[in-house]
Ligand binder design. Structure first.
Ligand code: SF4
Length: 461
């Protein structure tokens, strides 16, 4: 369901660049399971390796070990149904005279459909349906101003959510964060070499030291072991709060907060806002694990793993086809009947988007002879679509969009249903002045950047 899901990685001037990128993508696998790609600059050329599937389906260490080149970028991607083509897999490359550029992008450029029409009118041809290619073609068009200026000018024209890493055939790397800083992108260092990644877990796996999260509107240009930071246009910060709720890996650190701890705090806050009498707290694994732990610790109600997840199946949340998601729930989650029988339970999950997983699991739980089910959601009701590169782009698909809590409770056939409040969610992040830090538009409909609701929905990451 979520088409934001992309992970990006870049490393400059390191003899193990392809191996480092492979490891980085492995750590970022949760951000996209449909394709993986690595572009490497070597001897004045860019070589591209990509394929559909998981990182392990496309690469292995024997393969990356043989890839020469000191600078590399990588990408893991999630796409919408019908768009899982190799041409849309990233990185994508473009040539201009004797130069070649590769880009890896996470997010959604909301004015890409307008820019694409303009570029087509100017005779520019496109090979993919991806908005990332629009940026790449803009970059090529602006190269007459020189690489650095072209990056800057192109970043000023595009709107929306974008964290982008660019590789040149000379081995330079540029990274761009959009003016609102929607998507994460952090900078680290392995000895003298700079490294960029969507999340710190991709730095950790490479033994890199974390330096900083790029600022909204910041551009960095890395040449050899030198880095230059350019502060481009900056807007009100609107970091996607869903990174803390669901997207990011729990061991990643974002804005000095470990995602694990923030998720636990959501559970603690939820417990303070809506208590329930129960024999145990169980998570909907794995997404509800951390909030359920927090809920249990705050209330003193014992934590149990009452539902077991089959670890050999992908995330149902981000699989595009509804049919796959529904079958996936049955294959993926199974209750431990003996510990649940005759018990009153609090079941915690991080969010409800389409509601299909919760509906199915509540039905399955009832069959175990459970007494009462209190469903607790560690984020607010998800009522509005996301235009910034997340695949909840259609309001009709959002379960809570047109229902009251009471109506949802009846549909799920649970004894009670509670959501974390928006103010509770913000406070639990521990971020100072959270109301001016986060995008939370999918909960309150207040969109930080204007967008065209009728824009082509296939036109995304
Ligand atoms: S609308 Fe929601 S999912 Fe989209 S960027 Fe904002 S907080 Fe994130």
């Amino acid at each position: 369901m979520i088409r934001e899901h992309c992970g990006i990685f870049g490393i400059a001037e390191n003899p193990n660049a392809a191996n480092n990128t492979y490891l980085g993508l492995y750590a970022l696998q949760h951000r996209g399971e449909e394709s993986a790609g690595i572009a490497v600059a070597h001897n004045g050329e860019i070589k591209l390796y990509k394929g559909l599937g998981l990182v392990a389906d496309v690469f292995n260490i024997k393969k990356t070990d043989k890839i020469s080149g000191a600078s590399a970028i990588g990408h893991v991607r999630y796409s919408t149904a019908g768009n899982t083509t190799l041409s849309n897999a990233q990185p994508i490359i473009a040539h201009y005279k004797n130069q070649t550029f590769a880009i890896a992008h996470n997010g959604n450029i909301v004015n890409a459909h307008i820019l694409k029409k303009q570029l087509i009118r100017q005779g520019i041809k496109f090979e993919t349906t991806s908005d990332s290619e629009v940026f790449l073609k803009l970059l090529i068009k602006n190269l007459k101003y020189g690489f650095e200026e072209a990056v800057k000018k192109s970043a000023e024209i595009i709107k929306g959510a974008f964290s982008i890493i660019i590789l040149t055939n000379k081995g330079e790397i540029a990274a761009i964060k959009d003016p609102n800083g929607f998507r994460p992108l952090c900078l680290g260092k392995i000895e003298k070499n700079y490294i960029l990644a969507s999340e710190t877990c991709a730095l950790d796996i490479n033994g890199a030291e974390f330096i900083k999260e790029l600022d909204p509107g910041e551009i960095v240009i890395i040449r050899n072991d030198k880095i230059k930071s350019i502060k481009n246009k900056k807007d009100k910060r609107s970091f996607c709060i869903f990174e803390y709720i669901y997207f990011a890996r729990p061991d990643s650190i974002m804005f000095n907060k470990t995602v694990y701890k923030v998720r636990k705090n959501f559970g603690k806050k939820l417990a303070a806002e809506s208590s329930a009498k129960a024999d145990m707290v169980i998570p909907l694994p794995d997404s509800g694990n951390y909030a359920a732990l927090g809920y249990s610790q705050a209330t003193g109600i014992p934590f149990e793993l009452g539902i077991i997840k089959n670890q050999y199946i992908g995330r149902t949340f981000i699989q595009p086809e509804q049919i796959i998601r529904e079958i996936g729930v049955k294959i993926k989650l199974n209750p431990v009947k003996e510990i649940l029988k005759n018990k009153n339970i609090v079941i915690v999950d991080d969010s409800i988007v389409r509601g299909s997983t919760i509906k199915m699991i509540a039905k399955i739980l009832r069959k175990t002879g459970i007494q009462k089910i209190h469903l607790k959601i560690a984020s607010p009701a998800h009522k509005y679509p996301c235009p910034y590169g997340i695949d909840f782009s259609d309001k009709k698909e959002l379960f809570a969009a047109d229902k009251t809590v009471e109506e949802m409770k009846d549909i799920f056939k649970v004894d009670s249903l509670s959501y974390l409040s928006i103010s509770g969610l913000l406070e639990a992040t521990g971020i100072r002045k959270p109301e001016i830090f986060f995008c939370k538009a999918c909960f309150d409909g207040v969109y930080p950047v204007d967008f065209d609701i009728n824009a082509d929905k296939n036109f995304c990451v």
